[in-house]
Write a protein that binds this ligand. Structure first.
Ligand code: S3P
Length: 167
């Protein structure tokens, strides 16, 4: 089985993914890391040099490549992965894939992402926390339709990565 963790930036996909893979003894991959290795560049650099459309193309290609490989896997996707290039439909149609949405509130996401915005090209330009909060609110509104198609939704606000992995 392949478990794909989806959810907004800062929802804990990578921390939960590592714990979960360790618990169930499966391989673990982080799609953002795969993209960076494939392109030999950081994600901010890809956005800067080639732009978001190029990034989304590589993201979709590598998602398919990783999910086609045999063996059990826990995959942490990027925050936008389910929302582009038919990726969510692709995952839902594959019977070996189980999608899990790590759902966090706007408040938790804003608090977590404010100190980490430098690493994230979509939010790096936001100059204060109110602007970040407003951006996330609208972005979540747009993206939730994709996230909520997941086979399992976990409300993560008050849970540690270990507790989320158990669920
Ligand atoms: C993105 C989220 C990032 C990364 C890229 C775009 C998004 O991943 O894929 O910066 O569109 O939400 P994380 O969710 O791991 O931060």
């Amino acid at each position: 089985m392949k478990i794909v963790l989806i959810g907004y930036m800062g929802s804990g996909k990578s921390s939960v993914g590592r714990v979960l893979a360790d618990r169930i003894g499966s391989d673990y991959l982080d799609l953002d890391l795969e993209i960076q290795l494939n392109q030999s560049k950081t994600i901010p650099q890809i956005f800067k040099d080639q732009g978001e459309i190029y990034f989304r193309k590589i993201e979709a290609q590598l998602l398919r490549r990783v999910l086609c490989a045999s063996g059990d896997l826990v995959l942490s996707s990027g925050g936008g992965t389910p929302c582009y290039a038919g990726n969510m439909d692709y995952m839902l149609q594959d019977e070996s894939v189980r999608t899990v949405y790590l759902k966090c509130s706007l408040e938790v996401l804003t608090d977590r992402l404010w100190p980490e915005r430098e690493e994230r090209p979509l939010i790096v330009h936001l100059e204060n926390k109110d602007l970040l909060n407003d951006f996330i609110r609208k972005h979540l509104f747009e993206r939730s339709g994709y996230y909520l198609q997941a086979e399992q939704v976990i409300n993560c606000d008050d849970l540690t990565p270990e507790q989320v992995a158990l669920r």
